[in-house]
Design a protein around this ligand. Structure first.
Ligand code: SAH
Length: 331
């Protein structure tokens, strides 16, 4: 079809592709990530990431940048895209997880870019270190988890420390990104100190270095001993929650089936129903605190929740149980 409204001399619109490479092995590079690199005129990235995909770069303009030149990388990508080039900005793992996606949008917005200004931006997801490292150690993320970066290059230490404290207190499984470098050696020591305030010294910890790369190494240890281990720039530290265990070389966080079912027989414990919230789920818990006759202050201490939250909940009338509520999937 001949579109006469578009002059044939108009340059093709540029494109920025934020490509997550996954952990680094070609087997774990997604088909779309591979295609995006193939489509690109220019590939921009940190030296190590360029090296990971070196064999896919023939005939392309390749711009290698150092770790500290993130904003330059984004500016350069935008300039090339404005010239009508297709630019792949590559990150290890996922480009949106401690990667180039954020700084790129900041640079684009600063320059007045909008989603319909002609330059298209595509984000191509990749498996982040939290996923790939978890896969190498077992099933540590089967219950609530979070990621915390120990890098204080752009984040004040009190912010990082508060997040460590909150995650430790709330029993999240935690993946520590950027745990240690040549110059940043004390952060992991402080992280351990904060975690030990809330978790047992024998809490399982896995340290995964260079996942899915030739120098891959997995080490199991405990919260108490983790700082004695070899941890570096290419390591991710996975700290288990209060229920996480290690068996036969596998780190596992239970999903919670044992709270409801007898694991041997598959029958539910007294008072529990398949497909329904636990008896200590929200509805059951509300009934319990209302019936307890205890005040907000005592309940707050008992359940380790803020007193004003308990008071607000107690102030609301208890709704009658609705047996007609829909069934829920459990897995
Ligand atoms: N965008 C990346 C994270 C970049 S921050 C992602 O989504 O994975 C850099 C940190 O990521 C490292 O300090 C390390 O903690 C973690 N990391 C990245 N690749 C890794 C790998 N192959 N093995 C273990 N940890 C890795």
């Amino acid at each position: 079809m001949n579109d006469t409204t578009t002059p044939s001399t108009s340059p093709s619109p540029g494109r920025i592709m934020l490509v997550g490479l996954g952990p680094g092995s070609h087997e774990h590079l997604s088909a779309r990530a591979r295609a995006a690199i193939a489509e690109a005129d220019t590939v921009i990235g940190y030296v190590t990431y360029i090296r990971l995909v070196a064999d896919l770069l023939e005939g392309k303009e390749v711009i290698r940048k150092s770790m500290t030149e993130e904003l330059d990388r984004a500016v350069e990508a935008f300039e090339r895209a404005r010239q009508g080039k297709r630019v792949a900005l590559i990150s290890s793992g996922d480009a949106g997880v401690y990667g180039m996606a954020g700084p790129t949008f900041e640079v684009l917005f600063q320059a007045g870019w909008t989603p319909d200004s002609g330059i298209e931006v595509e984000i191509i997801p990749g498996a982040s270190a939290i996923n790939t490292c978890a896969a190498l150690v077992g099933a540590p993320l089967t219950h609530d988890f979070c990621a915390i970066s120990l890098s204080d290059l752009l984040t004040p230490w009190p912010v990082i420390a508060r997040r460590l404290e909150a995650a430790a207190f709330s029993d999240f499984v935690v993946a520590l990104y950027n745990p240690k470098s040549g110059r940043r050696t004390r952060q992991i020591v402080e992280a351990r100190r904060l975690f030990l305030r809330h978790r047992s010294p024998d809490t399982p910890v896995a340290i995964v270095k260079s996942a899915y790369r030739p120098k891959q190494r997995v080490e199991f240890t405990t919260l108490e001993k983790m700082t004695e281990c070899d941890i570096g720039m290419l390591s991710t530290v996975l700290i288990g929650n209060a229920s996480t265990f290690i068996r036969h070389g596998l780190m596992v966080t239970p999903r919670g089936y044992a709270n409801k079912y007898d694991v041997d027989s598959g029958t539910t414990h007294d008072g529990e129903k398949p497909g329904r919230s636990l008896s200590s789920g929200l509805t059951g818990w509300l009934g319990e605190i209302h019936a307890s006759g205890l005040g907000a202050a005592e309940l707050a201490r008992l359940h380790r929740l803020p007193e004003d939250y308990i008071a607000a909940v107690l102030a609301e009338p208890l709704e009658p149980l609705t047996e007609a509520a829909g069934e829920e999937a459990e897995a």
